[in-house]
Design a binder for this molecule. Structure first.
Ligand code: PMP
Length: 377
């Protein structure tokens, strides 16, 4: 039987009915920001991606996996999980792979938090935190960064209350680049009650030299989960691959809640090869760190209080002039990310891109003389 879709009766019924309602709080969630002009500029410095394309070996793995795309991938990214666990000295049960660390963060928050719970994180930090906590139904507690744009771990520990179920620490912090030291993290973990999950987001850890290893903390803190990604130093942002390391108490519960087949065949195959290319990754990282030193020094010479960054990006605390600086960069064919009223985050994308950003800074009279909000080195 055919159902008339445009009869007057149908139209009336549609008007009278209400649309399906999402869970409370969903409609009010902020959206993810979109990079201005990314498709038209010469240099993309707005999304903290790698400017280096995948190696020939990674590209060959992508092509080979694509040729078998009629078959499902492994149930849980099994090969990737086993090579990661072996190198980190963890049991395979302690590692989970996901479609980017974002997917794993969503899994963590929706497994461990919900309506009536609180999630604490520093602010300003990664824009996904309020969104994913909100999707889980939890309330958020944002603890301001300190005057040096670093996590205020004392204030974060003090904010833990009876409703707190999770705390997120982002180190290096997106967008300010500031890092939490191993000693600070250890001290913080001792202050967090064992029933509160601590999520350490280390998306940029490879750029923070000398390398430290939070994974060694897992043995002493079963409430810790460490999140990492193939999107940044490994240059696979377009394929979506990330991993999580935690105690089996946590990973067992996450497996219950996780979707099967979290990684495509192509993403898993590429990540396995990228993971094995330590020398190439170290070379890419060294190039980015050298450019970070250069851009940071040039900005500081101009009087801008740029925090020392452990990421593949630099934070310019432009305050209320953030949008103006973003526009000046776009005019010079570089896309950067402006955060209203706070500053501009510039992904390192090579010397020509840095030169264009410096020209944009120089074109804004007074930018270098203002006293920025958070961001002193
Ligand atoms: N954490 C932080 C701090 C990030 O900046 C990003 C990406 N911008 C992510 C997690 C997500 O990375 P992905 O999902 O690509 O692994």
């Amino acid at each position: 039987m055919s159902v008339p879709t445009s009869s007057p009766r149908h139209a009336l019924a549609q008007e009278a009915s209400t649309a399906p309602a999402p869970r409370p709080g969903i409609a009010a969630l902020p959206g993810y920001s979109r990079s201005a002009g990314k498709s038209t500029v010469r240099w993309i410095a707005s999304s903290n991606e790698s400017a280096v394309p995948p190696s020939p070996a990674v590209q060959a793995a992508i092509a080979a996996a694509g040729a078998a795309a009629n078959r499902y991938p492994s149930l849980a990214g099994d090969e990737l999980v086993s090579v990661i666990a072996a190198r980190l000295g963890l049991g395979p049960g302690q590692v989970l792979a996901g479609a980017g660390s974002l997917a794993l963060l969503q899994l963590l928050l929706s497994t461990y938090t919900g309506p009536g719970d609180e999630v604490i994180y520093a602010w300003r930090s990664y824009e996904a935190y309020p969104i994913l906590a909100g999707v889980a139904g939890a309330a958020v507690v944002e603890v301001p960064l300190d005057a040096s744009a670093r996590h205020d771990l004392d204030a974060m520990a003090a904010a833990i209350g009876p409703a707190t179920r999770a705390v997120i620490v982002c180190s290096p912090n997106n967008p300010t680049g500031t890092t939490v030291t191993d000693a600070e993290m250890l001290q913080f973990l001792h202050r967090v009650p064992p029933h509160v999950l601590v999520i350490l987001d280390e998306a940029y850890r490879e750029f923070c030299l000398p390398e430290h290893d939070a994974v060694t903390l897992l043995a002493g803190f079963p409430n810790l989960a460490v999140l990492r990604t193939f999107s940044k130093a490994y240059g696979l942002a377009g394929l979506r691959a990330g991993y999580l390391a935690a105690s089996e108490v946590v990973t067992t519960m996450l497996r219950r809640a996780a979707l099967p087949f979290p990684l495509s065949r192509v993403a898993e195959a590429a990540a396995v090869v990228a993971w094995s290319e330590s020398e190439g990754t170290a070379r890419t990282v060294a190039g980015i760190v050298a450019e970070r030193d250069y851009l940071t020094a040039q900005l500081r010479r101009r009087g801008i209080l740029v925090p020392s960054s452990g990421g593949n990006f630099v934070w310019i605390p432009a305050g209320t002039r953030a949008r103006e600086l973003e526009a000046a960069c776009l005019q010079r064919s570089v896309s950067v990310r402006a955060f209203d009223g706070d500053g501009v985050r510039v992904t390192l994308a090579g010397r020509a891109a840095s030169t264009a950003v410096l020209a944009a800074v120089d074109a804004l009279p007074g930018l270098t003389r203002q006293t920025p909000a958070p961001g002193a080195p």
